[in-house]
Design a protein around this ligand. Structure first.
Ligand code: ZN
Length: 316
């Protein structure tokens, strides 16, 4: 999705949101966490208005669990709204490979069975995805992946990538507590999901275009941790201006995802063993920044600078 806040994670395709993703988590506990988050917002004196719709969308989504939808015969992991049956069959056909790809990339199985909801109407999708919005192509929320009806229509070709992207988020959410997941920086979550899905969420933005954007100063901000109250999935240090090559909000989001993916891929390429161990330790709930520095020899920001320097060297 385009924006993310403390309760969802994302969307590939727009964007990404963050979540609260422990399948074992009871709704009452979730709402307690939501209430605590709202209290924290009140204490900060800002963002209260932003927090209230988020809480409402969470409550609506809790009452619209895709698990109540009809299961695909033979694969009850996939549920569908009436009218989306054919699309759900397609999702079920893609699911085994998507699960295998995510488990191989993350280096461990899913902690829980995956749950995927396929929708026929934008309204139903928005009610179930925890965001209250139908624009994101997919959202992982509360251990469930919800998929936009557009993936059954004009965006059909993106279904496999978006499904895999969201499953990467769901994998992390399954292993981590909600708060531990919330502490992961968005650039890492999104970058990882994009590379795991072979480009899901960054479609249409080439690495060359991202290199040029970074050289022009439109680099993503590399935070050491995520913020419960960050309303934007992956921020820029300086937002590309309207009228630039990246003319739409969607293309700007996808640029951010592409940059994040290039950075995460660079980390993995430099030392695959260190990256694999890092991911294992993150999924065990170890602190992001300290573990990052230990495994990669420098913190996230210094590593980003090295990555950018490497981009420049390769361009020469
Ligand atoms: Zn995402």
């Amino acid at each position: 999705m385009y924006a993310s806040n403390c309760f969802y994670r994302d969307i590939a395709t727009a964007g990404s949101a963050r979540w609260f993703e422990d399948i074992d988590m009871k709704p009452a506990r979730l709402m307690k966490i939501a209430a605590l988050s709202a209290s924290a917002l009140l204490l900060t004196g800002g963002g209260v208005v932003a927090s209230i719709p988020a809480l409402r969308h969470i409550a609506v989504a809790l009452a619209h669990d895709p698990a109540s939808l009809s299961p695909v015969p033979g694969d009850p992991r996939v549920r569908f709204e009436e009218g989306a049956e054919n699309c759900a069959f397609g999702v079920a056909a893609l699911l085994p490979r998507a699960v295998a790809v995510v488990e191989a990339a993350h280096g461990r199985p899913f902690r829980h069975d995956v749950n995927v909801g396929v929708f026929a109407s934008p309204e139903s999708y928005a009610s179930s995805n925890g965001l209250g919005a139908s624009k994101p192509s997919g959202v992982s929320f509360l251990g469930r992946v919800t998929l936009s009806p557009t993936l059954c229509g004009p965006d059909r070709d993106r279904m496999g990538a978006v499904l895999t992207h969201e499953l990467s988020h769901a994998h992390l959410q399954g292993w981590l507590s909600p708060l531990a997941f919330a502490r992961l920086p968005s650039w890492f979550n999104e970058g990882l999901a994009v590379i795991v899905s072979d480009g899901g969420g960054a479609e249409g933005v080439s690495e060359q275009a991202a290199r040029e954007a970074i050289a022009d100063g439109y680099a993503i901000a590399i935070a050491n941790e995520g913020s419960l109250f960050n309303l934007t999935a992956v921020n820029f240090v300086k937002e590309p201006p309207h009228g630039s090559f990246f003319e739409t909000r969607l293309s700007v989001y996808r640029l951010a995802y592409r940059e994040a993916a290039m950075f995460v891929a660079w980390l993995r390429r430099r030392d695959a063993a260190a990256f694999a161990d890092f991911l294992q330790r993150i999924e065990e709930g170890e602190p992001f920044a300290a573990t990052f520095e230990e495994k990669f020899g420098a913190g996230p920001r210094r590593s980003w600078e090295a990555f950018v320097s490497d981009l420049g060297d390769r361009a020469d």
